[in-house]
Design a protein around this ligand. Structure first.
Ligand SMILES: [Zn+2]
Length: 360
């Protein structure tokens, strides 16, 4: 039985605080998931399923379009610095709500729940997705698990992820991939360096090409995605008197969503031709999907110029399912994961008002 009962009909900013007061650091989402599930099951207009600590609820009104509203229940760990306000329980300073999850993303989850309770007769069918383990490695993602266990529940024409965007629409996201570029040399005593070959010096050319590379800005469906290509780590060498026989540069490429993973990989391999490159991970980006009718009407209701999203987010998981997806949620993403995490009550209320207007 859930230890706490959520009142989904109260002011959405107060509901945000209620959600924040149930600590749900990744791996510890059960109490919050129990409370969310129990509240959703009281709503006769929704069908509800649960898998682990992920929950899906949906209307089935036979509307022409179906949209997904998605949010994760987990947060990053609580601040370790004593006295930090971005913690549990939450606290108010005037109309500003402080605490873990204020922006990332219990305000967004509160908006989902308020809509779920308040919109018995939406103009589009709505699927509400709440999931666990977003803030940890991708293989643990509750959203990924739901895609396996309830694929037919995740069919839709458009998806909105209520991650913090300060109330603007952020479309799509850049993809990301990493490589190890390795150079080989020949070890020797550094007093007789001419007997060896220095692999760290060999890596200089990799760094030169990366430094001189000018990352592109790519326009996709009217949004400008700025790319970046960087060395992010470097290691090599064995001792202070040995010519190093191996060196490795780790490289991260953030690529615009006009490119597939394969195209992005080919681009980096071409730039660093002649070097031994191993791709260590990759995640495709997501096109913004702003050419879809549901997306266009959503942008019109929000009434602000959409922006591109540079970081990788779960919109890419929807994109991989063929569902265009955007981020739209209350709060400043730059405050997410900080010891000072907070959100303004009116930001949460405005997000709710915009989504309600779009779906009513
Ligand atoms: Zn988040």
């Amino acid at each position: 039985m859930p230890s706490r009962t959520l009142d989904l009909t109260r002011d959405v900013a107060l509901l945000t605080a209620d959600l924040m007061d149930i600590e749900s650091v990744s791996g510890n989402e059960t109490e919050l998931a129990d409370a969310v599930e129990a509240a959703l099951r009281t709503l006769p207009h929704l069908e509800v399923v649960r898998d682990g600590d992920s929950i899906i609820a949906r209307t089935s009104l036979g509307r022409a379009e179906r949209v997904i509203l998605a949010g994760h229940l987990d947060t990053v760990p609580l601040p370790s610095v004593p006295g930090s306000r971005g913690t549990v329980p939450s606290s108010w300073d005037g109309d500003v709500l402080y605490g873990r999850g204020a922006t990332d993303m219990k305000g967004g989850v509160a908006v989902q729940l308020a809509l779920a309770a308040g919109l018995a007769d939406p103009t589009r069918d709505v699927t509400y997705v709440f999931y666990d383990h977003e803030e940890v490695e991708a293989s643990l993602s509750g959203l990924g698990r739901l895609q396996e266990s309830f694929p037919d529940w995740l069919e839709a024409d458009f998806a909105v992820l209520l991650e913090p965007t300060n109330g603007t629409v952020e479309g799509g996201c850049n993809g990301t991939m990493r490589f190890h570029a390795t150079t080989a040399g020949r070890a020797a005593h550094s007093a007789r360096a001419w007997m060896g070959e220095n692999a760290i010096h060999g890596a200089a050319e990799i760094l030169t090409r990366l430094r001189d590379h000018e990352p592109a800005t790519v326009s996709v469906e009217g949004l400008d995605y700025r790319e970046s290509l960087n060395a992010v780590k470097i290691w090599g060498g064995t001792a202070g008197n040995v010519i190093p026989d191996a060196a490795t540069v780790e490289i991260n490429y953030r690529f615009a969503p006009d490119k597939s993973v394969e195209e992005a990989e080919a681009y980096v391999r071409n730039l660093l031709s002649g070097f031994d490159l191993v791709r260590t991970d990759a995640a495709a980006g997501a096109r913004p999907g702003l050419d879809q009718p549901a997306a266009a009407s959503f942008v019109a209701v929000v009434g602000q110029e959409p922006k591109p999203k540079y970081g990788w987010t779960d919109v890419a998981r929807f994109s991989a399912l063929g569902i265009p997806a955007v981020n739209f949620g209350p709060g400043d993403a730059l405050l997410a994961h900080t010891d000072n995490e907070h959100v303004e009550a009116d930001a949460v209320r405005a997000c709710l008002a915009a989504l309600r207007a779009w779906l009513s």
